[in-house]
Design a protein around this ligand. Sequence first.
Ligand code: 2P0
Length: 331
Amino acid sequence: MGKYAKVIATPNIAVIKYWGKRNEKLMLPTNSSLSFTMDETLKTQTEIQFDAALKEDSLILDGTRLAGKEFEGVAKVLAYVREKYGQTPKAKITSKNHFPTAAGLASSASGYAALAVSINAALKLDLDGSELSIIARLGSGSASRSVYGGFVEWQKGSKQDGSDSIAVQIANENHWPKLRNVIAIVDQEKKKVSSRAGMAETVATSKLFKERLEFMDQRVEKMKKHVLDRDFESFANLAMLDSDNMHACMADTTPRIVYLNDVSRKIMTNVRSLNDKETICGYTFDAGPNAHLYTLEKNVPAIQKMLSKIAGVREILVCKVGNGPRILEKG
Ligand code: 2P0
């Protein structure tokens, strides 16, 4: 077949959040972030075929051909690869997200990680994880972290050209086998502000965000230690603090950004009650009302029970730490 690959990649969930860019074109963040890549409960499958007979690049996502703004990320990734690794034929990309319908879970991380890994496999470029993370980042910042399994730091870097803004695996998928992310899918309206637009407004207008940045290096280092020590209590408490702090910065943005709703807030209150005697659960929320609840395997039933009693929780998914992108075929 030649220059073909089929790849699966999965989303990641950040325990120290990325919110804010210092360079929008190169997608360079204002702070480092830390996540773990999830298992294949949620996944994107991407096929890519480079072929000299094709007249243009194309992407069919979940059966729909994307154009204009929706194709910009892919165009940017392909342009970077062509400039850096030489002329390549046009690409036909077909991608499918295996996510619960309309769950409001972001698929850009798994999507662009799958794209970066499939390009590398199809063109036999033999790139390392750092370079794959740079390619994925150009499509979506959080995707840089999904090119690895396990626990991953996206280092913000300091160079203007972004060559040191890369993801690094800090522990592999076998490091903390008992850790779970229980996802509560919450009823919601369509997202009003995209993360990309929202974070730009926060950077431009929030004073609280400037203060957040002063703590972030230290916070990432602390979280790395909690992960390496498998110190669940410290891990969960720091994840909650960082999520609360990011959502406070969103609220401090002009115009105010609110992604959480009453169901999200009810979940937060219930987590606090569950943790009354001992920390068995931590929460984190991305740019939407769905809750991601960290816990250890033995406490999953208690979390599911708590969630099942909350009106407005539509679905509950339980994810483990995953092993990163998988190449299914290449040729
Ligand atoms: C994160 N989020 O660290 C944070 C937490 C949302 C809240 O990464 O503009 O879709 O494509 O770089 O990666 C969502 O932002 O934004 C995100 P772009 P992205 O996971």
